[in-house]
Design a protein around this ligand. Structure first.
Ligand code: SF4
Ligand code: MG
Length: 323
């Protein structure tokens, strides 16, 4: 059967000019050939250190930034080639929740108008019916319907994230892309927002692409996980297995840096094994080899092939040690 979302060979490079007086062109390989699938109802985590390309990948698959190459199939329909009404319909079914909801809310627009506008744009409801739906959504995310008449600045960070979630739900999406949805919140508020997301997931049968640098949060929320390093997926599999017993040396380092499976404890990834090489100048062979304690001569010469993890039907790992 067709997965809900299938991403194949997604790539996004940024071309920058740097230097003075003679600027040179730099190609930053933010996302380099990534592929994964999300099944209906699944929560799929995309994890990695800051700068690994996970947010760029999440934005590129919705074309908030245009990718350079790849296919993104939502129930078999290609998002990257869709135009006009077809693209609008796909964008209704996939909604994104950002790390900082304040940046996506118009400071002069009431919450009520921010929630009813997408319903009108997508022909779901207008007038009193839209207002009634907006009030019901506020209750569903744990805010009083009277909040509809207020402006974004009147709410705390956690409340604004609840509003961001309510707004994503106005158009009845099937897939939510959540990009670090709790990282900007106080630790005490993070768990409440995560619980809300999990509740909504269960009640509405939603699927998630959950982008995070926080392994404990991903372990708690996700069924499957892909670990990204320098624009590539280096391991993918069941979240419980990959985050507890990863096969890839980089995923092992991440795990060791983040041992506490408790969503109320925020575990930022420390800078491990020195600086991450630049995506403008990725190392040859396995991109992790300059930092890998298991590196062998072949690792600096040849990109490791994608190999299934022993005993698993989907996913795999890209490392010369495996297979
Ligand atoms: Fe380490 Fe080599 Fe595996 Fe890369 S391929 S992770 S360098 S052992
Ligand atoms: Mg990011």
């Amino acid at each position: 059967t067709e997965p809900l979302l299938r991403v194949e060979g997604l790539r996004k490079h940024f071309v920058l000019k740097k230097g003075f007086p003679k600027p040179r062109t730099i190609r930053v390989r933010a996302v380099e050939d990534i592929s994964f699938s999300i099944e209906p109802g699944q929560a799929f985590g995309l994890v990695g250190e800051s700068g690994c390309g996970k947010s760029t990948a999440a934005r590129a698959l919705l074309r908030l930034i245009e990718p350079d190459a790849g296919r993104v199939l939502f129930r078999g329909e290609d998002v990257l080639t869709a135009k006009g009404q077809a693209l609008k319909a796909l964008r209704r079914r996939i909604q994104i929740v950002f790390q900082d909801p304040y940046s996506s809310l118009d400071p002069r627009q009431s919450i009520g108008s921010a929630l009813t506008e997408p319903m009108r744009v997508h022909g779901i409801a207008t007038g009193a019916e839209a207002r009634r739906r907006a009030a019901a959504l506020m209750e569903e995310v744990g805010l009083p319907p009277s909040a509809l008449d207020r402006l974004p600045h009147e709410f705390s960070g956690g409340q604004r994230q609840r509003i961001g979630i309510a707004r994503a739900l106005t158009v009845e999406p099937e897939l939510i892309i959540a990009d670090e949805p709790v990282s900007a919140l106080d630790v005490s508020v993070q768990a409440q927002v995560l619980l809300l997301l999990r509740e909504l997931r269960q009640r509405r049968g939603l699927s998630f692409l959950f982008v995070s640098h926080d392994l404990s949060v991903v372990r708690w929320f996700c069924d499957r996980v892909a670990v990204m390093y320098l624009g590539r997926i280096v391991e993918e599999g069941p979240a419980a297995r990959v985050l507890a017993n990863p096969l890839h040396p980089y995923a092992q380092v991440l795990r060791d840096a983040s041992p506490i499976p408790d969503p109320s404890r925020r575990t930022a990834l420390p800078r491990i094994l020195g600086e991450i090489p630049s995506a403008a100048n990725p190392p040859p062979g396995c991109p992790f080899h300059p930092r890998c304690i298991h590196a062998m001569p072949i690792c600096s010469q040849q990109m490791p092939a994608w190999t299934p993890a022993p005993g698993e039907k989907a996913g795999g790992v890209a490392c010369h040690l495996v297979g």
